[in-house]
Write a new protein. Structure first.
Length: 225
């Protein structure tokens, strides 16, 4: 029981850190035009609002994802999130610096909301209805994202396997969600072993990431020649 809770906690932490890695960039860009004295206020209040909203949405998602059909639909979106994690270039050039403290706080909250929809779905799907673990995982990972964002991004760049691991967890979770939907079991899966769907979803994610990586190498080779 303790090991299961620990593994679940580590999954939530890893997913939240990987999917939130770019949020620190958004915070920095939103505050870049503010006086130095106001930057910390914008970061604190903006982050506090973003955390509260993210927790609320995640708790709602945990409940909603237990509904048949919606659970299956959520699994499809989660699979896309997993694939997007490995193929997205993460361009945030459209985030502009705010001119006032209030605007900076609002920009941080709105940008985090838009960017964190994938976090909300991924964590809600992984949480297995364990609300306490959701709150603990998000609360503890947020400070790490804000104050340790530089270290986190260096680790992810140095060890890409961590990103692949996070994407694989999401892919497996998406497949497991689909296979656990009672309506999908009744009308789609029939007597098909449940483990085939999570494994298949994981392979789809990993293959998509590898294809993207090989295409990048091909583009780089074409540029240098």
């Amino acid at each position: 029981m303790i090991w299961d809770s620990l593994i679940l906690f580590l999954k939530i932490m890893l997913i939240n850190i990987i999917l939130s890695g770019d949020n620190a960039v958004v915070i920095a860009m939103a505050c870049k035009n503010l006086p130095v004295s106001q930057r910390k206020q914008a970061i604190w209040w903006g982050t506090f609002g973003a955390i509260a909203l993210r927790l609320l949405l995640t708790l709602v998602a945990v409940t909603v994802l237990s509904i048949p059909y919606i659970q299956a639909l959520g699994s499809v979106f989660l699979l896309w999130i997993a694939v997007k994690l490995l193929i997205d270039d993460g361009d945030h050039s459209d985030i502009r610096g705010a001119s006032t403290l209030g605007k900076a706080i609002w920009t941080i909250i709105v940008a985090d909301l838009v960017m964190s929809l994938d976090n909300v779905l991924a964590i809600a799907a992984t949480a297995q209805n364990n609300v306490g673990m959701v709150i603990l995982g998000i609360t503890l990972s947020i400070p790490l994202i804000i104050w340790g964002s530089t270290v986190v991004m260096k680790l992810l760049n140095r060890f890409p396997i961590l990103v692949y691991l996070g994407a694989a967890i999401l892919g497996y979770t998406a497949g497991d969600m689909f296979a656990s939907d009672e309506k999908m079991q009744m009308y789609v899966l029939h007597d098909l072993p449940e483990w085939i769907i999570p494994i298949g979803a994981t392979l789809i994610v990993i293959v998509a990431g590898l294809i993207k990586k090989m295409s990048h190498k091909h583009d780089d080779a074409s540029t240098t020649t």
